[in-house]
Write a protein that binds this ligand. Structure first.
Ligand code: AMP
Length: 208
């Protein structure tokens, strides 16, 4: 079984949803840089204060703020890890490669038009980080998280203007990692469209 799994794919491709399902199934630790940064912003920590402006505009937070943080979290994790949203640049991937061997880079492929729809209709739980879609995956009670009862909100960076920028940032900085991991023979690309359960079946096959 693969024990260091990187989730690649643009914003809105389902990394959070599939990563969460996989972490429950395998008992692995899911480490999401986006969730960590949002928590830091909410708590007003030094990291949060530094990261907020970048996040609000859809830009990447500088590598030096992220790499040290993730190294520490990976070192602390027991058992397998699922990395959601890290690495996002070649420099981050090099730093990760110095710490651990990546067993699998799972690339979720979703067309841009679908990503824009998913992101602008996404609603998130600030308490447990669960995500919903207003039409295709709504919460049972509108505005309330099924899992923990938290009050769902729309992330500022899920508004349309910022979404376009995030997709461009993805193409410029993160897409090169598809070739990067392809060259290391650990890349598996999955079509990230269709039902959540259907995609998860393919994700599980890739992990075996
Ligand atoms: P996400 O929740 O993964 O979409 O991340 C939300 C925002 O957090 C991104 O748009 C970036 O501003 C920042 N971020 C998350 N992960 C990283 C990373 N690995 N490197 C730089 N910035 C990141």
């Amino acid at each position: 079984m693969k024990s260091v799994i990187v989730l690649l794919g643009p914003p809105g491709s389902g990394k959070g949803t599939q990563g969460e399902m996989l972490s429950e199934k395998l008992g692995y630790t899911r480490l999401s840089t986006g969730d960590m940064l949002r928590e830091a912003v909410r708590n007003g920590t030094e990291l949060g204060l530094k990261a907020k402006g970048y996040m609000d505009s859809g830009a990447l937070v500088p590598n030096d703020l992220i790499i040290g943080l993730m190294k520490e979290k990976i070192a602390q994790a027991k058992g397998g890890v699922i990395l959601d949203g890290f690495p996002r640049t070649v420099e981050q991937a090099d730093a990760l490669g110095q710490q651990v061997d990546v067993d699998l880079a799972l690339n979720l492929d979703v067309p841009d038009e679908e990503l824009v729809k998913r992101l602008t209709m996404r609603r998130s739980c600030p308490d447990c980080n669960a995500v919903y879609h207003l039409v295709s995956n709504p919460s049972k009670v509108e505005g309330v998280c099924d899992k923990c009862g938290g009050k769902l909100y729309q992330r500022d960076d899920d508004k349309e203007a910022t979404v376009k920028n995030r997709l461009q940032v993805y193409r410029d900085n993160t897409m090169p990692l598809i070739d990067y991991y392809g060259g290391k023979d650990v890349l598996v690309t999955i079509q990230g469209t269709g039902s959540i359960d259907g995609i998860f079946e393919q994700v599980q096959k890739a992990v075996q």
